[in-house]
Design a protein around this ligand. Structure first.
Ligand SMILES: NC(=O)c1ccc[n+]([C@@H]2O[C@H](COP(=O)([O-])OP(=O)(O)OC[C@H]3O[C@@H](n4cnc5c(N)ncnc54)[C@H](O)[C@@H]3O)[C@@H](O)[C@H]2O)c1
Length: 307
């Protein structure tokens, strides 16, 4: 039986990951904030729960079992918030990752998989591959870059390091009420509730929107042993904000009119345009399977169920 630790396991990506790992013979440990664990108790049934903050190194002492594989997901994830409250973001994303590395050096898991972000690349990253020089423009992007560097420092200590740079992930069970993170979920919720769509920045900005199941397949890929890997996780296709909004209107069968959109000033630190070069991940037999059309359909179905 494999023993998995998921930091940030009570979040959006974490809860999907749990579902997949439960299908394997596994024991799953979740380390997440107490309040988040409490809120998501039902989804976490069957897992060993450790409530606490990763920026406090003492919390790692509560992992009282040998761990084979770590998924390090816990993070402050909003770019806009990271600009407003940089200290909070640094505390979790940098100090938390440092604490995880120190724990790992003692506990020696076989593998750590880290969810980094396309934000490490910077302003414009079109068809960007993993060798591009990293020039993050947000505090969030910078903390992810530092997190990568810290993990790579321990790669030769018998721990395999897999860094996955996720592009924009969306899907069922995303926090639709969180207006600070998740371009697709924010617009979808506003249109669904027949509110005015508030777009920060240009309608011509673009994102690489990747469905949650494809991300979970990437996180759980069987990578060759002993190789440390840094790979993008994206569809390889850009979607412009305006295109996305029109698609949502169509899928919700609501008439689209430009006056249903208001434009707000863009957040500092926001990437203008980005999409992944995903050839590296494809070379490990991964391929994105869910189209935006289908992904939206599944997400809307979930939204209707709960809102
Ligand atoms: N969702 C995306 O589009 C996307 C894109 C790129 C990278 N990522 C990365 O993927 C990971 C998971 O993202 P998500 O979308 O599931 O976000 P999420 O906010 O739903 O999950 C993050 C989890 O981390 C936990 N957390 C935050 N601070 C913590 C702390 N100090 N101690 C312990 N736990 C803490 C939160 O409670 C939450 O459950 C993050 O590392 C994020 O940066 C996500």
């Amino acid at each position: 039986m494999k023993r998995y630790l998921i930091t940030g396991g009570a979040g959006f990506i974490g809860s999907h990951l749990i579902k997949k790992l439960k299908k394997r013979k596994s024991k799953i440990f979740i380390l997440d904030l107490k309040s988040k664990i409490f809120k998501n108790k039902k989804k976490l049934e069957g897992c060993t729960l450790i409530g606490g903050n990763i920026s406090n190194k003492e919390i790692f002492k509560k992992i009282n079992s040998k761990i084979d594989v770590v998924f390090h997901l816990a993070a402050k994830t909003s770019t806009a918030e990271s600009q407003k409250r940089p200290h909070e973001c640094k505390k979790t994303n940098i100090n938390g990752t440092k604490n995880l590395c120190e724990w790992a050096l003692k506990s020696k898991p076989k593998k750590i998989i880290f969810t980094s972000s396309m934000a490490v690349y910077g302003k414009i990253s079109k068809n960007v591959n993993e060798r591009k020089k990293l020039k993050p423009i947000s505090v969030y992007g910078n903390t992810k870059k530092i997190g990568e560097e810290m993990l790579l420092k321990i790669k030769n200590k018998g721990i395999q390091i897999i860094i996955l740079r996720l592009f924009n992930v969306y899907g069922p069970q995303q926090d639709f009420l969180n207006l600070k993170q998740g371009m697709l979920s924010i617009y979808l919720y506003q249109i669904f509730k027949k509110q005015i769509v508030k777009v920060t920045g240009s309608l011509n900005r673009s994102r690489d929107l990747i469905f949650i199941d494809d991300v979970i397949n990437a996180l759980t890929l069987r990578f060759p042993k002993n190789n440390n890997i840094i790979a993008n996780v994206g569809t390889g296709k850009p979607t412009r904000v305006i295109e996305l909004i029109k698609k949502i209107f169509i899928q919700l069968r609501i008439n689209f009119k430009l006056d249903k959109i208001i434009k707000l000033r863009e957040h500092r630190g926001d990437t203008f345009s980005s999409y992944a070069n995903n050839n590296l991940l494809k070379s490990f037999n991964w391929t994105p399977k869910v189209t935006l059309q289908d992904g939206l359909k599944y997400t809307i179905k979930d939204l209707r169920k709960y809102h």
